[in-house]
Design a protein around this ligand. Sequence first.
Ligand SMILES: [Zn+2]
Length: 385
Amino acid sequence: MRFEISKVLDAIEGRVCTDPSLARAVLDLAEIIRYQDIDGGRPASLLRLGMVIDALSRELEEDSVQVYAVVHRALLSDADLTSNERMVVRRWADDGLVEVLDNPGDRMLEVADLLGLPVLTRVRFDGLRGRFPWLVEQPGRVVAPVPGAGGPVFIAHVGGGHAPVAGKRSPTGAKLLARQWRCPESGCALFGGGGAGGGAFADLAGGADRSPAAQPPPSLRNGVPTCPRHGARLGDGGPRPRTEVLAVRVGGLVRRRFVLSEEQPVVAGRAPEQEGGIMLGQWLNDEARRWISRGHVRFELRVGEVIVTDVSTNGSGIRPAGSMNEADRIPLAPQQSRVLGENDMIELYPGVQIGRAEELPTGAPFTPTSVMAEAPTMAMRLPRP
Ligand SMILES: [Zn+2]
């Protein structure tokens, strides 16, 4: 049982991030884990985060969606959590996967404002609607997770609209995210890079080794970019590397997104050997698995253009403007390169496509993979409809 819970928590770990390009909603972890009415279980449970993420996945009709979690520091020693859960949250904090704050205040709304993300919460923010007008003006920017048949569902809240809807990055957010930032605290998990911390225990995805392209948005205090964790003024580390968000669609369903930055190319294939490679094998049938090479296509971002190079044995094809008409498909032979147009997608094998995330919606009846798939039924105890 303990072992299985650990596996669920590991799965949930893959769904929390502070990367502005990948997070799809903001939430306050301390609030979510106390939604006792969702499963009638313990006063606090980290598994509820997984249930809310599943609900978001169903709403967005996309697998592997990630959320930006703001975490009150008191949670790291919350006696209502199991020691295992506390240990897991501490690990997320150390790796910069969540944002830990002494006093979260209105940071959740600030992140939502800067990044244009929807907020998953039951709080009504009566005093903050003047400062964040989108709370009431944009339906779906705030939705409340509540119990539903078969897991949480979202209901209309504050500005109406029951489905979570993203807005645009605020002008301030766009300005802040054009630069990379340095925290003077050594080993800062959010704005590290200059510090001496991290070291052997720093995860590649976060901590002191995180890519500047994946840095969270700074907090603005009196107009000054500040580390939300340490309250320290951030140094300007120069322009942030440019990025494009690409999505993998297999069998009509968006399975995951990934960030391509100017810093390094990304290889996608059945099981790429390169660091940071995008593995598709788990979504492929036998025929697709035979056709698609371990490393099949390489993406590079150069002066704002996405260059795709076939590095496979069997080749691939480009579908201009996402056309599914066979006559339009442009073959891409092994070792051939091409600029990926704004609406183009590359097809590694029929039904296995990669393109810009906003141009690649889910196009088939959707059955999301649950992040809770490993959860023992005892831990779920979902109310019967
Ligand atoms: Zn810091």
